[in-house]
Design a protein around this ligand. Structure first.
Ligand SMILES: [Zn+2]
Length: 371
């Protein structure tokens, strides 16, 4: 039996994506937002808001005036470049070294820093990282969550402790790629939004059953009181400028020494996005098993929305690439999560959506057709 999914009529995002909505034409909110960005959004007004922000926060005493989380990837390198060279800010770049880091990711960060940035690199305790990653993999189907928490928490804690008033993230991913549109017209966001939207509701305080507060320094958010007392401005670059990952890629290549992976990533045709860690490959494989769309659907959506691909071309790519099993990294995963192969397969079995997939010869195969 073939299961019917509703697909966006403009890109190929299905109705199973969390928090997605469709308009009367059957366009998803990411595509509607793209249209609004071209027709409705007043970018001049937003640019002057950005000017107000950096005039207000620009350091006059020699301290850093903003924190930018960086990976060496195209988007964060672009934001850092713009903040430093176009706006004349004095950013402190912060990098949380991801577990199972790719060589190309490490090299890209090094290339980026060598083009002239101050960068703080943090290694969160690898034993705790492994243990929490295993828990979030099993309990939530989220293998990257420990690292995602570290990035958010480190940025907030460093901003508060080093008295740096402004944090500039890259894109508001929910708005840009099709999730909640709550933040599309707000330049700043607060801690509750961070927990709800970015951690998919995973509250790190649950790990206190296994680790002390000290051990969880890079996992526990500052208290609301500390957060409010610091009077931080937490913003997304995508609010101020039309977010264009391909343009970021070109600028990062030219100005920040960024290089692509030699081969396309697992489950897609793209070789220059999310090249920091092979955990991203299992993350998107699990996303595919849960919701029936994978990394290729995401990449195709971006290319369709920037008018670089037709929906028909995207459909072919999705049929060819989406949801590939990350076989080449399985040994690295088993070592990192401290699991046997059967245990990892049991995680896939647990999270595979049984309405969308059936198991054949040991692999979960789609019962739906992308259309
Ligand atoms: Zn769409």
């Amino acid at each position: 039996m073939t299961f019917k999914l509703q697909y966006c009529k403009n890109c190929l995002m299905p109705s199973t994506r969390p928090r997605i909505t469709f308009d009367g034409r059957g366009w998803c909110n990411a595509c509607v937002w793209t249209e609004e960005k071209r027709r409705v959004v007043d970018w001049t007004e937003r640019k002057s808001q950005l000017a107000g922000l950096y005039e207000k926060y620009r350091s006059r005493e020699g301290n850093f005036d903003c924190i930018i989380p960086v990976s060496g990837g195209k988007d964060s390198s672009y934001v850092a470049y713009m903040m430093k060279h176009e706006l004349g800010m004095h950013p402190l770049c912060v990098n949380i070294i991801p577990p199972l880091e790719f060589d190309v990711g490490r090299q890209n960060l090094e290339n980026f820093v060598n083009t002239g940035y101050d960068c703080l690199r943090i290694v969160s305790n690898p034993l705790i990282t492994k243990r929490i990653s295993r828990r979030t993999l099993v309990d939530y189907g989220q293998p990257l969550m420990s690292w995602i928490i570290n990035v958010q928490v480190a940025v907030f804690k460093l901003a508060i402790n080093l008295h740096i008033p402004l944090v500039m993230f890259g894109e508001e991913g929910e708005t840009e790629y099709g999730g909640s549109s709550k933040l599309k017209n707000t330049p700043v966001y607060d801690m509750e939004d961070s927990i709800r939207l970015y951690l998919s509701g995973v509250d790190p305080r649950q790990f206190l059953d296994e680790f002390s507060e000290k051990e969880l320094y890079w996992w526990l958010y500052p208290s609301e009181q500390q957060f409010r007392a610091a009077n931080l401005a937490v913003a997304h670059w995508s609010y101020f400028e039309d977010w264009d990952p391909y343009k970021h890629y070109l600028v990062a290549k030219e100005k920040c020494g960024m290089r692509e992976k030699e081969m396309a990533s697992v489950g897609t045709y793209n070789n220059f996005a999310q090249t920091d860690t092979c955990l991203y490959d299992i993350h998107t494989y699990l996303m595919y098993l849960k919701f029936g769309y994978g990394r290729c659907t995401q990449d195709v959506g971006i290319d369709i929305r920037r008018s670089a691909m037709s929906r028909g071309q995207g459909l072919q790519l999705v049929r060819n690439f989406d949801g590939h099993y990350p076989e080449e990294y399985i040994d690295a995963y088993l070592d990192f999560f401290d699991m046997k192969r059967e245990e990892l397969e049991a995680v896939f079995d647990k999270w595979a959506n049984k309405d969308l997939f059936e198991k054949k010869n040991g692999r979960w195969m789609p019962t739906f057709e992308v259309s």
